[in-house]
Design a protein around this ligand. Structure first.
Ligand code: 5AD
Ligand code: FES
Length: 349
């Protein structure tokens, strides 16, 4: 056991922050024992707040059309090798109906940045869902919009919004995105979302190309200050039809460690064991939960379109039905002593 790292983990838990140089030390010298130590503490913190309950969210990937060209992402506009699809309002409602029957009480509507759904279209879909299922939360994950649009979504009843910041380092952001995209606008979006009262999620890919320990330290410091209600952390996985096709995938172990450190820094945070974590390792979602995660987001999209929402290669569940994923998650959680909870699963203030 590295005693210095152990005391840094203790300090993070007690004070909810550590200094920049301390982050650098911890992230560049951690051992497997340090990870185990952090995971045990993180799981104890999560258990003390959320008990043995794991929240599930049904993700409806309603369009893979995207105007952007992020270098890492399989549904980037420049990828001509995929078949594009857009679900209609009725198709989205059908996914939610099935999801409700499976016990989902949060629906996550996710898409590329697809301008063919107007602000009004999105608001109509959100308010339809809220009208039919008043006991459910709606999360949007549809990218960068104006403050006015975010306000309209909120007024229509949306509860939460996911928008990973991707990196807190502006120079690093430029290496992951073309010039048309700006880190400053990303940050503006996150501030607006929080001010408008959304439960707001940010997050990163672990091991994204050109990411350094310095970048991750900045990410953790940013999240410690921003205090998101949700954090999405998964490993970077290359996609064969993107500029980053030959880049190495991120570290599974570092992803688990960062989940634990996030839990210690922000004890109440809603922290998913992500699909990317389940893709890089078949036990990823279980080990993610055991490292401090408390949310799983199975797919509710129609099976026919799933293969076209490939953000990275080999994404799991693309051949499965919603019913299969629901059952699969329940069984996986029970095997490690946790249970799936049928509630909205809100952030506990
Ligand atoms: N590997 C891992 N995660 C990815 N994402 C996009 N492309 C990849 C990839 N190749 C993540 C981004 C985005 C979220 C929806 O999916 O962080 O914000
Ligand atoms: Fe989809 Fe296991 S969660 S098959």
């Amino acid at each position: 056991m590295n005693n210095n790292n152990k005391s840094l983990i203790d300090k993070l838990e007690a004070e909810k922050k550590i200094r920049h140089e301390e982050w650098i030390t911890l992230l560049s010298t951690y051992t497997n024992e340090d990870r185990t130590y952090a995971a045990q503490k993180a799981r104890a913190v999560a258990d003390s707040i959320y008990g043995k309950s794991i929240f599930i969210r049904g993700i409806v990937e309603f369009s893979n059309v995207c105007k952007n060209n992020c270098y890492y992402c399989g549904i980037r506009a420049g990828n001509t090798c995929i078949e594009r699809y857009q679900l209609s309002r009725d198709e989205i409602m059908d996914c939610c109906k099935a999801g409700y029957e499976y016990g989902f009480r949060t629906f996550v509507l996710q898409s590329g940045e697809d301008l063919s759904y107007s602000c009004e279209d999105i608001c109509d879909i959100v308010s339809d869902i809220k009208k039919l299922y008043p006991d459910c939360a709606v999360t949007l994950s549809i990218g960068e919009k104006s403050r006015e649009e975010y306000a309209a979504y909120k007024a229509a009843g949306a509860d939460r919004y996911l928008l990973r910041h991707e990196t807190a380092d502006e120079e690093h952001y430029k290496k992951l995105h073309p010039d048309e995209m700006s880190w400053a606008n990303r940050m503006r979006c996150l501030r607006d979302l929080k001010e408008l009262g959304f439960q707001t999620g940010c997050g990163i890919m672990v091991g994204s190309p050109y990411q350094t320990v310095e970048c991750i330290a900045e990410d953790m410091e940013f999240m410690g200050d921003f205090k998101p209600e949700m954090i999405g952390i998964g490993p970077f996985l290359p996609h064969k039809d993107t500029p980053f096709r030959d880049m190495p995938k991120g570290s599974y172990e570092l992803t688990l460690f960062l989940l634990s450190l996030s839990r210690l820094m922000l004890p109440r945070v809603l922290l998913p064991a992500t699909t990317a974590l389940g893709t890089i390792n078949p036990r990823g979602r279980e080990e993610g939960v055991l490292a401090g995660a408390n949310v799983i987001m199975p797919n509710l999209s129609p099976t026919e379109v799933r293969k076209n929402y490939m953000l990275y290669d080999n994404k799991i569940c693309t051949g499965d039905t919603s019913a299969a994923c629901r059952g699969c998650i329940e069984a996986r959680m029970e095997r490690i002593g946790y249970r799936v909870e049928v509630t909205r699963g809100d952030y506990l203030c």
